[in-house]
Design a protein around this ligand. Structure first.
Ligand code: TMP
Length: 258
């Protein structure tokens, strides 16, 4: 195996230099954190599941014309992506009140919002990803007004599409977080693409009939059944082999590192 350089280690993923210039390998760990890493744990098989769930959703989004950083999945825990300059703004799209918005505004969890609401947070672990407005984003130069228009338009399209995908498998897309990055072509032209991952780590997914949580809130709130919930999302998306995550991990051990 060629030696590769670790570029960055985050809470749930590690980034390595890719085989060609302008590419990066995203390695999905089983590590889970919550409340800005005050709570730490492991969710068995999470990395494998998030890798295939995010691959599936990124490919579907590419099919409808959303530019993404995703190139291809390499093995059970790694995917090859385009190297991007991450925009330090997390875009949160909410369809149903939950989590920090419910707490902040006193709206009971589960209240269907009159329309989808987009929020921005400044991506900073030291500061705990504080909520910001467009004013902060443009004043501090994190993105231009045109960039914000693009982020917003893409985020709303992604929301419409993903709501449809999840509704089709009996799941409510309550809210989710997106990250975007910049890619520069040979002429120095900049494009914004969807980056990071889309998985039960950064979405709230509730069973449409029972409202049972099928996402990282099960870990955040010590509800148990975390692995099973992630597996169930993959199963409903039609990407989990019949043997479940055990079968995936078997493949993982056989394929080893690329
Ligand atoms: P929140 O209600 O805690 O603000 O979370 C909103 C959505 O964003 C939820 O789907 C979980 C996701 N999220 C992340 O992906 N990363 C984070 O650091 C936080 C706080 C939330």
């Amino acid at each position: 195996m060629a030696r590769r350089t670790k570029l960055y280690e985050g809470k749930a993923k590690v980034l390595f230099s890719g085989p060609e210039p302008g590419t990066v390998i995203q390695y999905f760990k089983d590590d889970a954190t919550a409340f800005n890493a005050q709570k730490k744990g492991t969710i068995n098989g999470k990395g494998v599941l998030n890798n295939i769930i995010s691959e599936f959703l990124m490919l579907r989004l590419h099919d409808i014309g959303i530019p993404t950083h995703f190139i291809r999945r390499l093995n059970m825990r790694e995917q090859l992506v385009r190297e991007v300059e991450i925009i330090p703004v997390e875009v949160i799209i909410r369809n149903v009140a939950a989590g920090s918005m419910s707490k902040r505004l006193g709206i009971p969890e589960g209240t269907v919002l009159p329309r989808s609401i987009v929020e921005y947070c400044y991506k900073s672990d030291e500061l705990g990803d504080p909520l910001i407005s467009e004013e902060h984003i443009t004043a501090f130069g994190w993105a231009s007004p045109q960039d914000i228009d693009d982020l917003l338009a893409m985020s709303l399209r992604i929301n419409d599409f993903l709501c449809g995908v999840f509704t089709g498998i009996g799941i409510k897309l309550v809210d989710f977080k997106l990250e975007f990055g910049r890619i520069y072509d040979e002429n120095g032209e900049m494009r914004i693409v969807l980056a990071d991952e889309i998985s039960p780590d950064n979405c709230r997914l509730w069973d449409a009939k029972t409202n049972e949580k099928m996402d990282k809130d099960r870990f955040r709130r010590d509800m148990g059944g975390v692995e099973e919930a992630y597996q169930e999302v993959a199963r409903r998306l039609g990407i989990l082999p019949e043997g479940g995550v055990a079968e995936l991990q078997l493949v993982e051990n056989e394929s080893g590192d690329e």
